[in-house]
Design a protein around this ligand. Structure first.
Ligand code: OOG
Ligand code: NI
Length: 466
């Protein structure tokens, strides 16, 4: 008997990411327009900056950028979340990090399913920001029960998708034929459904509790609500969006524009008002509207260490103490000035960030280092001697304040609501069925592995800067 050849989880993820992109392009044409603009700006940026292009190519990250994107979904129950974890597991995507959005008035908590490890990320870094609705934060007990009841009855995965997940877990993978079926079956879960599963009257009550509650509870499944391509120059794309008929939100979330980008900058366009229909008691359908799906772009920079991240958080808080960005964009230039001003104190060259332990950098041998067969002494000395070089490690995760800004801009300016901040990672992990991975441990692993690969076989390993 011949041994079954399994398709690698990385290849399944690449196929899935491409299938999602094709589906969303058809569902939301503005996403296709935005992708075209991002590709154009990325090409222009790379031609104007051959040095960056060369480093991206040398670190094998150039090819991933045009295919790079993240999406987001919102789930309703613990069972949906734990099953989603198993589905993503088949594609080599694991839950990294815990994001509490209750502080920002959004009744969800979240994780990011994404590949882990330099090799998998290079193949395809597709991530899905996955939120779980927190009905426990909704005050109206009657409504909470009704919502839980609706959610307990819906089935968001097809029977074949579930069977294929079980098969992959049991056998250790899927062959080419089944991997294709798996992608097609799982795609159904993320589709848009314009027929609500609740009455118009219940939709209004859910909406009254919070727009997000209505979005999660009223439909058959967790429609993908945005797909975000990665740009190399977010300011340029933001400035050109109106030319393409797209209106971006007022301010870019995250750090200011810098010579050396850090973490993540994001901007989005407002959710579309879409026709949906609700079933009446007599079985007829009545038209209404719902807004959920939007577009977003992002620029990714270097991953920060806990020290760098603490500095970023402090500076963002200082900025927001000075000027809180209004949802209607009325003070956006004042906010941008404050942001740029405060962040002047954050070093803006790679070597200072590296030396001060603010960011993660991967090391590799230069031609001279390769000619010597590697290094065997102190890393700093090897850098000085030109035997080793370093490149920024890309930030692969999300930022809670930015995520809150993205959620808010899509909920409408009037939707700000106060919840008592109540992070509950324990509850989230119980519902998920595993603990979430630590993002910092992941970056440290990448740095360590890069250093070890520079060391000569007979050399003494050097410790990574952490
Ligand atoms: C997710 C919003 C967060 C991001 O990029 O920070 C997000 C959502 O609206 O469901 O996608
Ligand atoms: Ni997003």
């Amino acid at each position: 008997m011949t041994k079954t050849e399994f398709v690698s989880p990385d290849a399944v993820r690449s196929k899935f990411s491409a299938a999602m992109s094709a589906m969303y392009r058809e569902e939301v044409p503005a996403y296709g327009t935005l992708m075209g603009l991002v590709t154009k700006v990325n090409d222009e940026t790379l031609s104007a900056d051959p040095a960056t292009k060369e480093r991206l190519a040398a670190t094998d990250t150039l090819s991933r950028i045009s295919e790079e994107r993240h999406g987001a979904i919102r789930l309703g129950t613990a069972e949906e979340l734990s099953t989603m974890r198993r589905v993503f597991g088949v594609m080599g995507m694991y839950p990294v990090g815990y994001y509490d959005l209750s502080t920002a008035g959004v009744p969800v908590h979240s994780t990011a399913f994404r590949p882990v490890g330099a090799a998998s990320l290079k193949v395809n870094p597709f991530r899905v920001f996955t939120s779980l609705l927190r009905l426990d934060l909704i005050k109206d007990e009657g409504l909470r029960k009704e919502a839980a009841d609706v959610l307990s009855k819906r089935k968001i995965f097809t029977d074949d998708a579930l069977a294929l997940v079980e098969q992959a877990e049991r056998d250790g993978g899927l062959d080419g034929h089944d991997a294709k079926r798996f992608v097609a079956e799982v795609l159904h879960t993320f589709r848009w459904h314009d027929k609500a599963i609740v009455s118009a009257e219940m939709y209004e009550r859910l909406h009254g509790a919070h727009r997000l509650v209505a979005d999660v509870v009223s439909f058959k499944g967790p429609h993908i609500n945005h797909l975000t391509p990665r740009t190399l120059d977010i300011d340029k794309v933001q400035a050109r969006m109106p030319e393409e008929g797209i209106t971006p939100k007022a301010v870019i979330e995250g750090p200011p524009a810098r010579r050396c980008p850090i973490l993540l900058r994001q901007t989005s366009f407002k959710a579309l008002e879409e026709d949906v229909s609700f079933e009446d008691a007599d079985g007829s359908w009545r038209t209404g509207s719902h807004s959920a799906r939007f577009g977003e772009i992002e620029q990714r920079g270097v991953a920060l260490t806990p020290k760098g991240r603490a500095l970023y958080d402090r500076m963002l808080n200082l900025t927001r103490d000075r000027c809180r960005p209004a949802a209607d964009g009325s003070n956006s230039s004042e906010y941008e000035t404050a942001l740029a001003d405060v962040f002047k104190a954050f070093p803006d060259d790679w070597n200072s960030m590296r030396k001060e332990g603010l960011g993660y950098f991967a090391y590799s041998l230069t031609d001279a280092g390769k000619a010597r067969g590697g290094i065997e002494f102190d890393l700093e000395a090897a850098l000085e001697a030109g035997l080793v070089q370093f490149d920024p490690v890309v930030y692969e995760d999300f930022l809670p304040v930015s995520a809150a800004g993205i959620f808010q801009s899509n909920l409408g300016d009037d939707a700000t609501q106060e919840f008592v901040a109540s992070p509950n990672q324990k509850m989230f992990e119980r519902d998920l069925g595993v603990t979430v991975l630590d993002e910092f441990a992941h970056y440290i692993d990448i740095v360590r592995a890069s250093i070890n690969a520079c060391v000569r076989e007979d050399g003494v390993q050097v410790a990574a800067a952490e």
